[in-house]
Design a protein around this ligand. Structure first.
Ligand code: SF4
Ligand code: SF4
Length: 382
């Protein structure tokens, strides 16, 4: 016999889900149209109707430990068909953002990343770190931060030395990885316990080999954005999402290659435009910029869809990163030294922000959804 839940409503949870975009939650009268309409919901224990009732009862723990909230791709099909305009897709998106905050530590930083009034502080942190460390090192005779000399060639490392960039960025990147690792450990345990409790799996323990195999099986679905294509409303979002996704992937690959080339072979930039890795960097940068712009346009065009700070934070980060990266290069090639060095500095601030703030922002859905989809595949969720 299935175990019963002890209902412990969390009123703060209901309030915060409302503030994060699920303010129409209480309009739901459980007709289940949304679960029938959802093109990607499984046949057994489908979403999002059951999540709507759980959220309106404030069952925070049940929802945070549910892989199903991550299987939703926020296509909006259910929002359009809901007879009560309760916007179940938006409610699930709000619960996901709540979950990202709940699984990430330190909590203070999670609060800041999700609070628009703290944006100036978040933006200032990388600037203070880069300039502060640069000046401190100068005091001990290490000149890794300089007013670039005039001349024909613009070399960004003459302004901020590559080593200074790396000793700031590498620990920040590792910090982001550690935050994700700690959060995912709890997340995976929670979704497994939840699945056992709800009879969604008969596997008592997660077998790492089976889980890795499930990841390999689900990878083509993720890379090809197959779930997005199953949607009717907002189907066009799939292209823009894919551009942003592959933009990030491409730039990540490029960064790693240049890192190995620099420290493994001692070859410094700037690299020739005919370099194939440079092509990948340029294509990825353009994809990131265009994809972000398309997503922004789609949000602005949809008058029936509200956008929240979590959405603009993600889009601002993606666009800012791509745009400053591309403009830094273009102004360097055009010979606009001062502008190019300034843009480079801002670009570094965005990179730092990406590494440090991603585990707390909506962008973390890339990681959580991948794990949830892998788990659903592993547990043979149908
Ligand atoms: S969210 Fe809308 S469609 Fe879904 S069960 Fe509630 S009222 Fe029905
Ligand atoms: S937003 Fe789309 S994927 Fe999510 S529950 Fe609604 S119909 Fe399903």
């Amino acid at each position: 016999m299935a175990e019963a839940y002890v209902v412990e409503p969390d009123l703060d949870f209901i309030k915060e889900v409302g503030a994060l975009g699920g303010e129409d939650l209480k309009k739901c009268y459980q007709c289940a149209t949304c679960s029938v309409a959802c093109p990607i919901s499984p046949d057994t224990k489908p979403f999002p109707r059951k999540e709507m009732i759980a959220a309106s009862w404030g069952l925070k723990d049940k929802l945070l430990g549910s892989a199903d909230i991550w299987l939703c791709h926020n296509c909006g099909d259910c929002n359009v068909l809901c007879p009560r305009t309760a916007k179940p897709g938006e409610v699930l998106a709000a619960i996901r953002q709540y979950a990202i905050k709940a699984y990430a530590t330190p909590k203070k930083l999670a609060e800041m990343v999700n609070d628009p009034t703290k944006l100036p502080i978040l933006a200032a942190i990388p600037a203070v770190i880069i300039l502060g460390l640069g000046f401190l090192l100068k005091l001990v005779g290490i000149d890794w931060l300089n007013i670039p000399p005039g001349g024909d060639e613009i070399v960004h490392s003459h302004f901020i030395h590559t080593t200074l960039v790396d000793i700031i960025m590498i620990p920040t990147f590792l910090f982001g990885v550690a935050v994700f690792a700690l959060g995912l450990k709890r997340f995976l345990n929670d979704i497994h316990q939840n699945a056992l409790l709800e009879g969604k799996t008969d596997k008592q323990k997660i077998d790492p080999v089976g889980f890795a195999q499930a990841f390999i099986r689900i990878l083509p679905t993720i890379l090809k954005h197959r779930k997005f294509s199953e949607c009717t409303e907002n189907n066009e979002r799939s292209t823009a999402h894919m551009m942003v996704f592959f933009g990030f992937v491409g730039l990540f690959i490029v960064t790693n290659i240049f890192f190995v080339v620099l420290y493994g072979f001692g070859i410094h930039g700037p690299y020739q435009q005919i370099n194939p890795v440079k092509w990948l960097a340029n294509v990825s940068g353009v994809a990131l910029v265009i994809g972000s712009l398309l997503m922004i346009k789609s949000r602005l065009d949809k008058k029936d869809q509200k956008s929240y700070y979590k959405d603009w934070f993600l889009l601002g980060l993606a666009l800012g990163l791509g745009l400053t990266g591309m403009l830094t290069q273009m102004t360097r090639l055009a010979g606009f030294g001062g502008v190019s060095y300034t843009l480079y500095f801002i670009h570094l601030m965005f990179i730092w922000g990406l590494f440090a703030y991603t585990p707390f922002s909506k962008l973390a859905h890339l990681v959580y959804r991948t794990v949830a989809m892998t788990y659903a595949e592993y547990a043979n969720r149908k």
